[in-house]
Ligand binder design. Structure first.
Ligand code: HEM
Ligand code: HEM
Length: 218
C-alpha cells in the first residue's frame, strides 16, 4: 500500500505552516523589490519577515511539541547517527524535524535573523535608501552592513537550494511527501510519536509580539 493511502496523523500546527509558506513568498518579494529598486516595499516585506521570526522564536518555546526547539535540537552525535542512516530506506521516522534537519532549521532561522538585522542598519551607496536603524551608525558601518546583507542573502539562497534538494530527495527516493505534510499539517501514521498542541493563550501572546514588532517599525 502507498504511504499516501495510509491513515494520517497530525504533525505541524497551523502557525508553523503559515509562517513557512509566508516566508517563501516574502523572500521572493524581497529579492524582487531589491532588484527593481522598490525599497519601500522591500522594507515592508522585511518587517513582515521580522514579525514572522519573532512569532517563530516564541513558538519554539511555547508552541506545539513538534514546533519546540527542545523537540528537534538534538546532540551533534544524534545528528551524525541520523546522517549515517540517511541513505538506508529502513531508517525509522519520528514526527517533527529529524536530528539532522533540526540543525538545518536553526541555520535557516539564524541566516534570516542576520539578514533582517543587517538590512535594518544598511544604507545604499549614494545614501538614498536605508534601513530604519541606520542613523545609529556611521555611513561606512552602514555600507558594511549593506555588503554583508548581500553576502548573507547569497548564503541564504544556497542553503534554501540545499533545503529544497533534501525535501525532493525524501519525495523522490524515500517516497515521503514532506511538502504535503507542510501544507496539510498531517503525515502517515507510520511515523512514531504523538503531536501535542499548544495552549491557546500562547497564540495570543505570539500574535501580540509579532504585531507589536510590525507596529514598532511601520
Ligand atoms: C524561501 C524559501 C524557504 C525558506 C526560508 C524555508 C525555511 C524553512 C524553515 C525555517 C523550516 C522549518 C519549519 C519550522 O520548524 O518552523 C522549513 C521546513 C520545511 N520546508 Fe522550507 N523553506 C523554504 C522553501 C521551501 C520550499 C520551496 C519547500 C518545498 C519544496 C519547502 C519545504 C519544507 C518542508 C517539507 C519542511 C519540513 C521539513 C521536515 O519535515 O522536517 N521549503 N523550511
Ligand atoms: C529576509 C529579509 C531580507 C532579504 C532576503 C533581503 C534581500 C536584499 C537583497 C537581495 C538586496 C540587494 C543586495 C544587492 O545586490 O545589493 C537588498 C538590499 C537592501 N535591503 Fe534587504 N533584504 C531583507 C531585509 C531587509 C530589511 C528588514 C531592510 C530594512 C528595513 C532591508 C534593507 C535593504 C537596503 C537598504 C538595501 C540596499 C543596500 C544597497 O543598495 O547596498 N532589507 N536586500
Amino acid at each position: 500500500m502507498k504511504t499516501s493511502q495510509l491513515k494520517q496523523k497530525k504533525v505541524w500546527d497551523l502557525p508553523i505552516r503559515l509562517i513557512h509558506w509566508s516566508l517563501v513568498i516574502l523572500i521572493a518579494v524581497l529579492w524582487w523589490t531589491a532588484e527593481n529598486d522598490q525599497m519601500d516595499n522591500h522594507r515592508l516585506a522585511g518587517y513582515g519577515v521580522l514579525a514572522l521570526i519573532v512569532f517563530r522564536l516564541y513558538w519554539g518555546f511555547a508552541g506545539s511539541n513538534t514546533a519546540r526547539f527542545s523537540h528537534f535540537i538534538k546532540s551533534p552525535r544524534a545528528a551524525w547517527q541520523y546522517g549515517q542512516g540517511l541513505f538506508k530506506p529502513e531508517q525509522s521516522n519520528k514526527i517533527g524535524h529529524n536530528p539532522l534537519g533540526g540543525y538545518s532549521v536553526v541555520l535557516l532561522l539564524s541566516l534570516l535573523i542576520t539578514q533582517v538585522a543587517l538590512g535594518l542598519f544598511a544604507i545604499d551607496v549614494d545614501g538614498w535608501e536605508a534601513g530604519p536603524l541606520n542613523h545609529y551608525i556611521s555611513f561606512e558601518a552602514g555600507r558594511l552592513c549593506a555588503t554583508w546583507h548581500e553576502y548573507t542573502f547569497n548564503m541564504l539562497l544556497a542553503w534554501i537550494v540545499l533545503h529544497v534538494a533534501v525535501v525532493m530527495y525524501y519525495l523522490l527516493v524515500r517516497k515521503q511527501n514532506l511538502i504535503k505534510a507542510m501544507v496539510t499539517g498531517r503525515i502517515s501514521s507510520l511515523y512514531i510519536g504523538e503531536y501535542q498542541g499548544a495552549h491557546f493563550i500562547h497564540i495570543i501572546i505570539a500574535l501580540g509580539l509579532a504585531l507589536l514588532t510590525l507596529w514598532w517599525f511601520i
